[in-house]
Design a binder for this molecule. Structure first.
Ligand SMILES: [Ca+2]
Ligand SMILES: [Ca+2]
Ligand SMILES: [Ca+2]
Ligand SMILES: [Ca+2]
Length: 1199
């Protein structure tokens, strides 16, 4: 039986963005001297325990925790199994920001003790095998630091440029005109006027925390000296604070507005911080520090000194803190992964939980060490944030996941937030405004550690602690929990750390083979496949009992870890796939031998290892299995239930949307151009295939400069395609056949032949501002466009109109002037177009090119992308002023309202809107609806991951990654959709290989939500053959030398109906040549009953989906790689389980797959010839590129 490999999907999404790699020649040789016997270094699998010194242990009863207090507790840490501690700042500081305002990097603050105390702490910790990590605060010093004092008093002296000084004006009333609009993280201007220097200095944090000037080489050296000092002192590494703020734009440009709603001009979120955080130089600085560490390690043959960085930023930037994608520079050993803090909220469901983990894994390159931060001194405690009942499960998950586990002190005993009033508080941001203290203060998570139930929880000997001790300390304290055998948070935590230290440190290879799977709405399974062992974590996140089937690959599983007071105990043996879990129960299982059928003889050696108790349990379980087998035999195999049609409001959620390209579908009158009557003739094909919704590419009046996407009358049909009457006829016929009809809505621009544009050119009243007009600029007597914006079709996005003597803006061709959505009359006019077609009877709209709807009203130049210098190349501009502007989403929401109002007023089936937006996944989600979930937008926005992420020769990992990229980003309230191809991309057979057509159709059919099929894909059409002379794609025919690369004509050749001349498309001369492949590949040839054709398989898929209706949109699966080239996708609905297995490789594959049922049968025939519907399917056996869909039958559990 094959070992299962579940490979983590890996994408290096981070791009270099012009990071200066000038130091790459200085890369220090890697010190491989300190790996353990299993090839890992001390830090890679460690638990990093964060101590907040002020609140840990007060040794001298002055109310403030101190270094001697930590020394007292070192034995406790060692006993817990902690091997690395990082200390929040203990350096000299006026404590304006809790020690993050440092006045001397080289000395310890007297609150905490002395340098000697630190010496003792490091030595004593090392004796116990504990590493000590210090907090390095590089962005700013205290304004009491000598450097700053010197900088103020002597602007021309050695320290004059140590900080970021700029001239600024102060008038007689004391009002200062700031150097620019930058804001501080704490709100208000990031500048402070200094009366002595009569200049402003920058502070990205509090005014008492002036930013160091990293453009000054002396600062860079001085800070490296700080690192070197502490390395020499003997510390083991650094946690680097707020690194994202290190550098600022040297030109001090104003930052653009974020346009975030509900944020006032004084708040940090008011601006888009493109010039003050994550600047390219920042990453290089981190890499230089890494060099300092590595140089030290190398020179002293010491153990690895590590660096971890704190930056709340996007995942791509987070990866850059690790190093350059090409590996030429190294940065942090790990950059904190805050997904558990930023992505997860109380009451989370499975999808949110899984995506929290997956978001990290789909982005982190394999060679980086992962890390998991559950909490810290800046965020509410885990017990408060998620609920005390989830503490154990979450600790288990973070211990179970590969890489570093980070624990904030107190989480091991499940401490909740303390109670602090504004008067008692110290958090500088929060105490400024007591009205919002409860929302903003970080004091709650900083109250003293609860050691025991004595006065002040044992924090000190009775004097008033700096922050009050939580009143929960009598119940929640270490002493109460640290009792051998007690079912406590602490004892469980200790066993987790021990397990992590022992088990995962000795079986580290293939740690990145990981899958997160939902096994019910509330129960999650995580699989970790090591070289020889398979580990499984199952976590019930719900407050009720759950009986579930977990993904089970046969054999037996030993319970290795178990949360307190659950149904399962450590040492229990599990031999089938059914688990009964108590509320919040979490267990970790290890497969004790691989599948081969449950055999007592085979299992016996394990029984000796596991002891008599387990043997007893094993025998009981055998009886259960035996019974269930009998039961199975006695139960008729009924297959899965057919479900009735769902309510009509949800018809679209399970539909297949079939895109018809009318020009190439069917020509009824012999003019060579497909038309509406042609579609009417062929509607029975859609019905035969089982398709229930179709969308038509534009059929409106158009000069056809851009294949109908240049519309001269939104309310009429182009004569090429027929008449309004034809369209009415099509609608009626479609309705008769139960097929919904969707039209293409093209809101960004009209044709220049549209009457609106003609009237606008003539400045006719009411139409003056229908388009985006501007005089342009006169430079050296020459008229030039108003700004640097470029057209999607290359060249300036502005064309001068001689009649109106002004420029107009066009994102696409000059014949496609952009409508001006800043004009409310335009908005209303376009809503009227929607209403017109709704009244006409259509079922919805596909909305074209939505990211381009709005432009910056100030028409500002777009900045160059880092490292790009060619301002005439569209790809070199960062389209912050022409694409995805915040107003866009609101307009989409307004369009949605028009549809919903119609649906409601007329009490009809939902009228749907689907949007086309090639944009980042975060922005795509905004088209669905707003972040708060209060406003709806598109019913779905096209998901192009299979187009953008898959290439010919794709691997299983690529599919797994593409699916996860989408699923880990889409909020659960939205419906997913899957687009394999369209009229703008090469056909699936050409793009991804014709041998994969069936498997890919099966994949999109089984995934949750909407399936989108481009006409012809159901018969596996390949690209046609078109020469430049025959071509029509306006972008491509401009330059025949690149036609083969750029043209979209290939995927637009006529539909291949049969083997006759012109494939049955037309009696005349087709507008684009019919593919020569039509002789073999055509519908008629594939439409014979019982033959294993693309078309027959597609029909089976439609049938399968129809039967699956109801809960089909619920995502109950994660894609898994089950062996070298086989993908498994499992869907569970109620008690049914469906599994797709797809071999993407050329070689036959056999082995095992994840199963919970006793037996499986083929529910959708195979794409090859090995299986047909109804065949049993036992062990995995698939020839190259074969795919099957299985249905579990009989009872679940064992085999
Ligand atoms: Ca003290
Ligand atoms: Ca800075
Ligand atoms: Ca025609
Ligand atoms: Ca526009």
């Amino acid at each position: 039986m094959a070992i299962l490999f579940i490979l983590l999907s890996v994408v290096v999404a981070a791009s270099v963005h012009g990071v200066n790699a000038k130091h790459s020649e200085n890369v220090v040789p890697h010190t491989a001297t300190r790996e353990n016997d299993f090839g890992i270094e001390w830090w890679e699998n460690a638990v990093f325990y964060q101590i907040y010194p002020r609140s840990f242990k007060d040794s001298n009863n002055d109310g403030i925790g101190d270094l001697k207090g930590i020394i007292e507790k070192l034995d406790f840490l060692a006993d817990t199994g902690i091997t690395a501690v990082w200390l929040s700042p203990i350096f000299k500081s006026p404590q304006v920001d809790q020690g993050y305002d440092i006045s001397d990097y080289y000395d310890v603050d007297e609150d905490y003790g002395t340098l000697e105390d630190l010496r003792e702490l490091v030595d004593e910790a090392h004796k116990r095998g504990i590493k000590i990590i210090l907090d390095f605060v590089p962005n700013h010093t205290s304004n009491q630091h000598q450097w700053f004092k010197d900088s103020v008093s002597d602007p021309t002296g050695d320290y004059g440029d140590f900080y970021v000084w700029k001239d600024c004006e102060k008038d007689d009333d004391g009002k200062v005109t700031w150097p620019n609009n930058w804001l501080s993280f704490f709100g208000g201007s990031a500048w402070q006027y200094n009366e002595v220097r009569k200049q402003c200095y920058l502070h990205q944090f509090a005014p008492a925390q002036p930013d160091l000037n990293y453009n000054n080489d002396k600062v860079v050296e001085a800070m490296k000296d700080v690192l070197k000092f502490w390395l020499k002192f003997g510390v083991d590494g650094f946690r680097c604070d707020a690194v994202l703020a290190l550098f600022e734009d040297p030109e001090f440009k104003d930052e653009p507005r974020s346009n975030t709603r509900g944020v006032t001009a004084n708040e940090y979120g008011y601006l888009d911080h493109i010039y003050t955080v994550d600047q390219p130089q920042t990453f290089d600085m981190i890499y230089q520090w890494r060099d300092v560490l590595d140089e030290f390690t190398y020179a002293n043959k010491s153990e690895t000194k590590i660096m971890m960085t704190e930056a709340y930023t996007g995942v791509e930037k987070t990866m850059l803190y690790y190093g350059l994608p090409d590996g030429s520079r190294k940065g942090a050993h790990f950059a904190f992964n805050f997904n558990f803090i930023t992505s997860l909220k109380k009451g989370f469901n499975f999808r949110e939980f899984a995506s929290t983990i997956e978001k990290w894994f789909v982005n982190v390159p394999k060679e980086y060490t992962s890390n998991w931060v559950l909490g810290n001194h800046d965020n509410r405690r885990v017990a408060t944030r998620f609920g005390p009942e989830l503490v154990d499960g979450l600790n288990m998950v973070s211990a179970f996941l590969p890489g570093v586990m980070v624990t904030y002190n107190g989480e091991e005993i499940g401490m909740e937030d303390g109670q602090v009033t504004c008067e008692e508080g110290y958090d500088p941001q929060a105490i400024k405004d007591c009205a919002t203290f409860n929302e903003t203060s970080r004091d709650f998570e900083r109250t003293p550690y609860q050691w025991d139930n004595s006065t002040n929880a044992g924090f000190n000997d009775g004097s008033q602690p700096w922050l009050p001790v939580s009143d929960k300390y009598k119940e929640v304290n270490l002493a109460a929990q640290n009792v051998a055998g007690a079912p406590s948070h602490y004892n469980l935590y200790k066993s987790l750390v021990a397990y992590k230290n022992e088990t995962f440190a000795t079986d580290f290879s293939n740690l990145d083979n990981l899958a997160v799977i939902e096994i019910s709405m509330r129960v999650v399974q995580i699989i970790r496949q090591a070289t020889y062992d398979q580990y499984i974590l199952v976590f019930n996140t719900a407050d009720g009992n759950e009986t579930v089937r977990f993904y089970y690959s046969g054999g037996y599983y030993n319970v290795e870890l178990a949360s307190n007071e659950g149904n399962y105990k450590v040492g229990d043996l599990i031999g089938n796939s059914t688990l009964s879990l108590k509320p919040y129960e979490c267990i970790v299982l290890r497969q004790v031998y691989l599948a081969g059928g449950p055999s007592v003889a085979y299992a016996l050696p394990y029984m000796f290892l596991l002891g008599l108790g387990a043997l007893m349990r094993f025998l009981n379980m055998k009886v259960l299995i035996f019974c269930s087998v009998l039961f199975t035999v006695g139960v008729a195999i009924t297959g899965y239930q057919l479900k009735g049609d769902g309510p009509n409001s949800d018809w679209w959620k399970t539909a297949v949307f079939y895109q018809i390209y009318p020009r190439s579908f069917m020509d009824s009158d012999g003019d060579g151009i497909g038309d509406i009557q042609g579609i009417i003739q062929k509607l029975h094909h859609l019905q035969d295939a089982g398709i229930t919704a179709t969308w038509l590419s534009p059929i409106f009046s158009s000069p056809q400069v851009d294949q109908g996407y240049d519309i001269s009358d939104y309310r009429n049909v182009d004569p090429d395609y027929g008449t309004l009457e034809d369209l009415k006829q099509l609608l009626d016929k479609a309705k008769e056949l139960g097929i919904k009809l969707i039209l293409d809505f093209v809101p960004n621009h009209t044709s220049d032949q549209h009457e609106w544009f003609k009237k606008s050119v003539a400045k006719e009243e009411g139409y003056e501002d229908f388009y985006v007009w501007h005089d342009g600029n006169v430079v050296n007597g020459t008229r030039q466009p108003p700004n640097n914006w470029l057209s999607e079709f290359q060249g300036p996005a502005w064309t001068f109109n001689e009649d109106r003597q002004q420029y107009y803006y066009h994102e696409f061709a000059p014949q496609q002037p952009d409508l001006n959505y800043a004009n409310p009359v335009v908005v209303e006019a376009m809503k009227d177009v929607l209403r017109y077609w709704l009244d006409f009877g259509v079922d919805g709209f596909r909305v074209d090119a939505v990211p381009h709807l709005f432009e910056d009203p100030e028409l500002r130049d777009e900045p160059l992308i880092d490292g790009c210098t060619d301002a005439t190349n569209k790809n070199c501009l960062d389209h912050i002023y022409t694409k995805g502007l915040p107003e866009t989403y609101d307009l989409i929401y307004q369009f949605r309202d028009v549809l919903d109002n119609f649906t409601e007023t007329n009490n009809v089936d939902t009228r749907v809107m689907m949007t086309e937006a090639y944009d980042s996944i975060e922005k795509q989600m905004l088209y669905y609806g707003n972040v708060e979930g209060t406003t709806n937008g598109a019913h779905f926005t096209f998901n192009f991951v299979f187009i953008s992420n898959l290439q010919r020769g794709f691997q299983v990992e690529d599919i797994v990654d593409a699916i996860k990229t989408w699923l880990s980003n889409i909020p659960t309230r939205f419906t997913s959709n899957w687009v394999l191809g369209n009229h703008d991309n090469h056909r699936v057979a050409t793009r991804l290989g014709k041998e994969n057509v069936d498997g890919l159709n099966m994949l999109t059919a089984i995934l949750p939500g909407v399936m989108v099929t481009y006409n012809g894909e159901e018969i596996g059409m390949e690209d046609g053959e078109v020469t430049c002379e025959q071509g029509h794609d306006p972008q491509a025919i401009k330059d025949c030398s690149t036609f083969d690369q750029t043209s979209r004509d290939f995927e637009r050749t006529p539909f291949q109906w049969d083997g006759s001349t012109n494939a049955g498309f037309t009696n005349g001369t087709p507008w684009l040549p019919v593919s020569t492949k039509s002789v073999e590949v055509n519908l008629a040839a594939q439409d014979s009953e019982g033959e294993p054709t693309h078309y027959n398989l597609y029909k089976e898929l439609m049938e399968f989906r129809k039967n699956f209706q109801g809960d089909f949109t619920v995502d109950t699966s994660s894609p898994i790689k089950v062996n070298e080239t086989v993908l498994q996708v499992t869907r569970r609905v109620d008690n049914d389980e469906f599994i797709l297995l797809f071999n993407v490789g050329d070689e036959e594959q056999s082995g095992d797959f994840y199963r919970t049922f006793a037996r499986y049968e083929i529910v959708v025939g195979s794409s090859g010839v090995s299986y047909k519907k109804g065949d049993p399917f036992e062990d995995l056996k698939l020839s190259g590129h074969e795919a099957v869909i299985l249905h579990g039958i009989g009872s679940n559990g064992g085999r």
